[in-house]
Design a protein around this ligand. Structure first.
Ligand code: FMN
Length: 318
């Protein structure tokens, strides 16, 4: 597999591998270092940070479902002051790029937190989480409205020259319109998708299983929804897309590349096997080699092109 080019450019950010670890699912990589080689991943996206500290939602915050995970963490984080003072310096030790994630409830706070976080050298790029479904209706307000998406992205663009990735919500009717607005407001890339809103009810207790009542669904259950969202967003923009939602294998990842993603992020799968990201990188290389291709860029968005021998019906198919 030597010589395979899996590198990707996201805005100004150049990564040796196209695999990002999704926000909220990998910490800052520290806990995973005992199980995984962080030099073999593209980047870690940190847990979203807000202006003020947040305790998060009442327990329980995680509920397994047949093909996914419902979470309602509620953006628990120590707030930007504490974060800058106590956390950020140690990110310099990671053998991969570290991307900060910013969440907020107003345009001003998005710009304020981004400006302070992006000023730090340890932070290679900023992901703007405008799509958290677990903090009441406010969390997704921005990603559910093209005009608000444009407003927040413009405000944040004005305070940083670092690569800006805008994370979109699947809980919308027209993701293409929102993707296009984010691009024209200055986004360098899009992350597609955040979790889908969901609920699970205990039929014995007659109560929702999550303390927050509702949550965000991740994992394999959402993969087809995510692939479609990437496909639709990719046709509306020319900036790179970081596809995510239920990726567990190289084959899953390839669906996203063929749909139009330039990179992928792996979230929930890390909870069951921290070696999945490295395995995916190795298998992507083997996939390209087997087809005589040298770069992942050769397959991005090629879902409509077709490859190999078309399927032939044999015999009587009625
Ligand atoms: C426990 C948990 C916490 C998450 N926290 C965040 C977060 O803080 N910010 C964010 O943008 N996305 C967050 N996400 C969403 C993931 O980054 C990812 O976009 C989503 O889970 C879909 O990918 P997956 O199916 O591979 O997990 C969280 C997901 C989970 C499961």
């Amino acid at each position: 597999m030597s010589g395979m080019d899996l590198s990707v450019k996201i805005g100004k950010l150049e990564l040796p591998y196209p695999t990002l670890m999704a926000s909220g699912c990998y910490g800052s990589g520290e806990e995973f270092e005992a199980f995984a080689d962080l030099s073999k991943i593209g980047a870690v996206v940190l847990k979203s940070v807000t202006r003020e500290p947040r305790l998060g939602n009442p327990m329980p915050r995680l509920v397994p479902t047949p093909a996914g995970l419902l979470n309602a963490i509620g953006l628990q984080n120590p707030g930007i002051d504490w974060y800058l003072e106590h956390e950020v310096a140690k990110f310099a030790q990671r053998p991969c790029a570290v991307i900060g994630s910013v969440a907020a409830f107003s345009v001003d706070d998005y710009a304020y937190v981004t400006q302070r976080l992006a000023a730090r050298d340890e932070i290679a790029a900023i992901e703007l989480n405008i799509s958290c479904p677990n903090v009441g209706s406010e969390g997704e307000t921005f990603a559910c409205d093209p005009a608000l998406t444009g407003k927040v992205v413009r405000a944040v663009r004005a305070v940083t020259g670092k690569t800006l990735i805008v994370k979109l919500s699947p809980n919308v009717t027209d993701i293409a319109a929102i993707a296009a607005e984010a691009e024209s407001a200055g986004a360098d890339a899009l992350a597609v998708i955040n979790t889908l809103r969901g609920m699970s009810i205990d039929v014995h207790a007659w109560k929702p299983r999550l303390g927050n009542l509702t949550g965000g669904l991740s994992g394999p259950a959402i993969r087809p929804v995510a692939v479609l969202a990437v496909y639709e967003a990719a046709r509306a923009v020319s900036i790179p897309i970081v596809g995510q939602g239920g990726i567990e294998t190289a084959s899953d990842a390839l669906e996203f590349f063929l749909a139009g993603a330039s990179a992928i992020a792996i979230g929930t799968a890390n909870f069951t096997d921290p070696r999945i990201p490295e395995k995916i990188v190795n298998e992507l290389g083997a996939y390209l080699e087997a087809r005589g291709l040298r770069s992942l860029r050769d397959i991005v968005g090629k879902a409509n092109v077709g490859f190999g021998t078309p399927f032939q019906y044999e015999g009587d198919v009625g």
